[in-house]
Write a protein that binds this ligand. Structure first.
Ligand SMILES: CC(C)(COP(=O)(O)OP(=O)(O)OC[C@H]1O[C@@H](n2cnc3c(N)ncnc32)[C@H](O)[C@@H]1OP(=O)(O)O)[C@@H](O)C(=O)NCCC(=O)NCCS
Length: 223
């Protein structure tokens, strides 16, 4: 059986070895924490717990599927060996969307059927995510940039871990992995409300490749 590799990417020590932070490849046992981190950062970077009656829902769409599609593109930041942040990605967004529609979303559509009773949700945001489960994620005609930036990613750190350089290290780790596979570029979506994340991505040399009402699609060339 394969062990968890703690050392394959940079490690940060906080002095006390019982409470050190490190970045390592993701492991299946990280998943419960990944759902929690996703929820605690889902309101444009802030805690979205109050918006969701079902605390697992947001992670079902934006975090967990990446572990099952290609876990080798998922990395976790741990604090005292407990996951406190992650970066997850798919190298080929077209293939990922196809897999999502065919494989991942099918049972979730049965679990959250439409029309979904509003009184069983905590917010319009929760209802929106439920309807997202039923919309096949498809390439849109205006996504002419997709061949140049075929990978996409999501990155989230608990508030206690933000602003310490870990986001940069997670991004470096993922980009190196994508480069090893000769992936030419990576993109992501970010809400206009999430000014901190937009500033972070610009520092990571992402540029705007498409503007939407809700936010930006940002891209970074890898070669
Ligand atoms: C956005 C996020 C991933 C950034 O990671 P981080 O560990 O906090 O960022 P780092 O400490 O590695 O910062 C790297 C650089 O980005 C800059 N940066 C990071 N957050 C910033 C902010 N809120 N405002 C301005 N600049 C910021 C840093 O100043 C640093 O710049 P430098 O190289 O000049 O020092 C992290 O804060 C986070 O998870 N936020 C909540 C969830 C979220 O919004 N995710 C993105 C959803 S699209």
């Amino acid at each position: 059986m394969e062990g968890v590799q703690e050392q394959s990417v940079p490690v940060f020590l906080s002095g006390d070895s019982s409470a050190h932070s490190s970045i390592r490849p993701a492991h299946g046992s990280d998943l419960p924490y990944i759902y929690d981190i996703c929820l605690k950062t889902a309101d444009a970077g802030a805690d979205a717990s109050r918006l969701f009656r079902d605390p697992l829902l947001i992670g079902q769409y934006y975090a967990a599927p990446y572990f099952f599609h290609d876990i080798s593109l998922c990395f976790v930041l741990t604090e005292a060996h407990i996951p406190a942040g992650y970066i997850v990605a798919a190298a080929d967004t077209r293939a990922f969307n196809e897999w999502m529609n065919r494989t991942w979303l099918a049972p979730l559509r049965l679990r959250y059927p439409l029309p979904y009773p509003q009184e069983r949700t905590n917010s319009p945001t929760e209802l929106q995510i439920i309807s997202l489960l039923h919309q096949p994620a498809e390439e849109e005609p205006n996504q002419t940039w997709l061949s140049a930036y075929p990978a996409h990613l999501h990155i989230d750190l608990l508030s206690t871990q933000q602003g310490k350089g870990y986001g940069r290290e997670l991004m470096k780790t993922l980009c190196a992995s994508l480069q090893e596979r000769n992936v030419p570029g990576v993109h992501l979506g970010v809400s206009k409300r999430n000014c901190g994340a937009v500033a972070f991505y610009k520092r990571m040399n992402f540029t705007v490749i498409q503007e939407e009402n809700w936010g930006f699609i940002l891209g970074k060339k890898l070669h």
